[in-house]
Ligand binder design. Structure first.
Ligand SMILES: Cc1cc2nc3c(=O)[nH]c(=O)nc-3n(C[C@H](O)[C@H](O)[C@H](O)COP(=O)(O)OP(=O)(O)OC[C@H]3O[C@@H](n4cnc5c(N)ncnc54)[C@H](O)[C@@H]3O)c2cc1C
Length: 254
């Protein structure tokens, strides 16, 4: 794992406050597992801490990242241009398990910008995966075509009903899975309330579930202890022991 300067092939706006970043990273892309992330180093005095972003796709020498501009770092990132070099550290984190058992239903649940690390997972399990994505409104939907190409079982929910199912993604999951008693595995990423709901759903249904957690982090590789989370095995570093944890080991704060 080395800090590398890679070339920006594309950095364009794809929705309100959302950008797609394509990087040429020939030494990195082939080592990336679904759910892993990159630390992006932004210079020019923004702040010395790098910013973590999930790797949405890794193919043919390239890394595709999707990010939302929320503060100085991501806004500065949006100003980079095609042809610029940028320093990154990747791949980081443990990623989702990718061993495949066709007798199971593989249920992918994502919310908001948290859908980003789930795309590659859905693509890996092509044809055998049901994907449930939740967004606040139609304007916030991202990666719809990409997920639709990866599975014919894609359902989208919006809180305001402006697209797809009207309501909470977990309500949709409960409705859709009520009739099936096939064994299943759940993989989820998104805001904490969504992850808590997935944890509770999985516990009630005796279902194995993996949660990808996001915490504010510093180094990204376990040195600074800036991103610990409480688990049944004590405190764990999200960046190094995760970001993916078994749902039943995570203890969310009240
Ligand atoms: C493992 C991991 C993967 C991530 N993947 C993505 C991704 O694929 N796309 C994406 O858009 N964002 C992702 N994030 C969140 C992203 O790292 C932050 O939005 C970014 O670092 C904010 O930097 P900033 O300087 O723009 O904002 P800051 O000025 O640092 O913060 C602006 C606001 O964002 C909040 N914030 C900052 N970092 C986080 C965080 N880690 N979690 C929750 N809230 C935060 C702050 O509390 C503040 O309210 C990921 C975070 C982690 C830990």
């Amino acid at each position: 794992m080395e800090l590398e300067t890679v070339k920006i092939l594309k950095n364009r706006k794809i929705a309100e406050d959302i950008y797609e970043l394509l990087l040429y990273a020939p030494n990195i892309w082939h080592r990336v597992l679904p759910g892993q992330f990159a630390e992006i180093y932004l210079e020019n005095g923004i702040n010395i801490l790098p910013r973590p972003l999930s790797i949405c796709q890794a193919a043919l020498g390239n890394l595709r990242l999707i990010y939302k501009t929320v503060g100085d770092g991501t806004r500065r990132l949006s100003e980079f241009r095609e042809g610029d070099g940028i320093r990154i550290l990747a791949p980081l984190g443990n990623g989702f398990p990718v061993d495949f058992d066709a007798s199971y239903e593989h249920i992918v649940i994502g919310g908001g910008i948290g859908v980003v690390p789930l795309l590659r997972l859905a693509q890996t399990r092509r044809g055998d995966v049901r994907v449930f994505l939740g967004f606040r409104a139609k304007e916030q939907i991202i990666l719809r075509e990409d997920f639709a190409a990866a599975t014919e079982h894609l359902r989208i929910a919006t809180d305001d009903g402006s697209y797809g199912y009207h309501g909470n993604i977990i309500s949709l999951v409960k409705e859709e899975l009520a009739d099936s008693d096939k064994p299943r595995v759940i993989y989820a990423c998104g805001p904490k309330p969504l992850l808590r709901a997935v944890q509770s759903f999985a516990a009630k249904n005796n279902t194995l579930a993996y949660l990808s957690l996001e915490e504010r982090m510093g180094c990204g590789f376990g040195a600074c202890i800036g991103c610990v989370v409480k688990t049944v095995h004590g405190y764990k570093k999200v960046c190094k022991d995760g970001t993916v944890f078994l749902a039943d080991e995570v203890i969310f704060d009240e």
